[in-house]
Design a protein around this ligand. Structure first.
Ligand code: F6R
Length: 369
């Protein structure tokens, strides 16, 4: 049921704070992450030497976002792969490899086949899934459920933030078991994670009307670019995917550092570019680089829409639109920065008169390879 909402997608975006909060619930004890479903697996977590995250589409972008924190906190090398590419390159796998799959539906055939393949080759498999009892968790050695609630709109939104949350919980659980992170530092991350739902609510309250308004003037736009760096990079990819998917506009996400290696040639007067700006407090060096990217594209006439931390004055002179997100610790910004992009995709599709819940050519669960 849509409740009073205009679409399931609108309802599900409004549920992003709950999706995060419900995924955390019952998994934090005295400032430490203990995931009950992973009880008895300590030996696996201490024995692994490598983590490979596999998923498709939005779930893969959640994986790419979570990978930074997993590697940082556990000190286990992490790579992220599209599930449908994974099997076809004869990957080196063994019992020191943990393959983490991510799937909202738990039925995506590409991801399921990759999990089976990893299992047959002796890797340990853990799935992150939003659907109780689905096939992928049944085929895995362990599962962490995201508690986003049923997602009906074809475009994934609340499941995405829940998936990143589950990856952070997994990272903190494994880090505790491996002793790779001082307890005080882990507790800081837990506090940051627990503060995310309230901050997402703030973004929804303060930015929704503003984004809907400028997405209306952009209804005739032919192409939109998204730039980000570090954890902002997969968020740029997610912003572009959502826009293609529901508003049928050409959109591409780039790593901001890649701009000068080619994509800057696309910039012409009036080209809309979203830029996810890293926090000036948490990553001063990256912030400076991204601000200089903004100056480069602005000088070539781009219409720059920045997603920036509240109080970041450095971006103001170069931005046509500023979407603010509250201050958050390292790794937690993506959970906030993605929210305006979800609202924007929905706003633009609505402005074009499209059905945001049922985009053409797509199905909610892709059960063929
Ligand atoms: C994008 C989207 C898809 C899914 C992908 C994986 O909005 O919904 O890209 O994320 O098909 O689906 P699951 O997570 O069910 O495996």
């Amino acid at each position: 049921e849509k409740g009073g909402w205009s679409s399931f997608m609108a309802k599900e975006v409004s549920e992003e704070p709950d999706a995060v909060a419900n995924t955390i619930r019952g998994r934090v004890h005295d400032g430490q992450v203990v995931i009950p479903e992973l009880d008895g697996l300590d030996e696996i977590f201490t024995g692994i030497r490598r983590i490979i995250v596999i998923a498709c589409g939005t779930a893969a972008y959640a994986g790419q976002t979570g990978a930074y924190a997993i590697e940082q906190w556990t000190r286990v090398p992490v790579s992220v792969e599209l599930a449908h590419e994974f099997r076809y390159r004869d990957p080196v796998l063994g019992d020191d490899t943990l393959v983490v799959s991510i799937s909202q539906s738990g039925e995506t055939m590409d991801t399921l086949m990759a999990v089976k393949y990893a299992h047959e080759r002796g890797a340990k498999t853990l799935s992150i899934c939003n659907t109780q009892g689905a096939t992928i968790p049944r085929e895995s050695d362990a599962v962490i459920y995201t508690h986003a609630g049923p997602e009906v709109a074809v475009a994934s939104t609340k499941a995405f933030v829940a998936q990143i949350t589950a990856l952070y919980l997994l990272a903190l659980h494994v880090a505790r078991v491996r002793g790779s992170l001082p307890a005080a530092e882990a507790a800081d991350h837990v506090r940051e994670l627990e503060a995310v739902p309230g901050k997402i609510s703030r973004v929804l309250e303060t930015e929704q009307a503003h984004i809907e308004q400028f997405s209306r003037w952009m209804a005739d736009t032919q192409s939109v670019l998204f730039l980000g760096r570090h954890v902002g990079y997969p968020i740029a990819l997610e912003g572009a995917l959502k826009l293609k998917e529901i508003s049928y506009i050409h959109a591409e996400g780039f790593a901001a550092g890649e701009l000068k290696h080619g994509p800057i040639a696309l910039i012409e007067p009036g080209q809309p570019v979203f830029v996810i700006v890293p926090s000036p407090r948490e990553s001063a060096e990256l912030h400076k680089k991204v601000v200089s990217n903004i100056q480069e594209i602005r000088a070539r006439g781009a219409r720059v829409i920045v997603v920036a931390e509240e109080g970041d004055a450095a971006v103001l002179p170069f931005a046509d639109e500023v979407l603010h997100i509250p201050l958050a610790g390292p790794f937690f910004e993506p959970l906030l920065a993605v929210v305006p992009l979800h609202i924007f995709a929905m706003g633009l599709a609505t402005a074009k008169g499209l059905d945001v819940d049922q985009p053409r050519n797509l199905a909610k669960s892709v059960t063929v390879e």
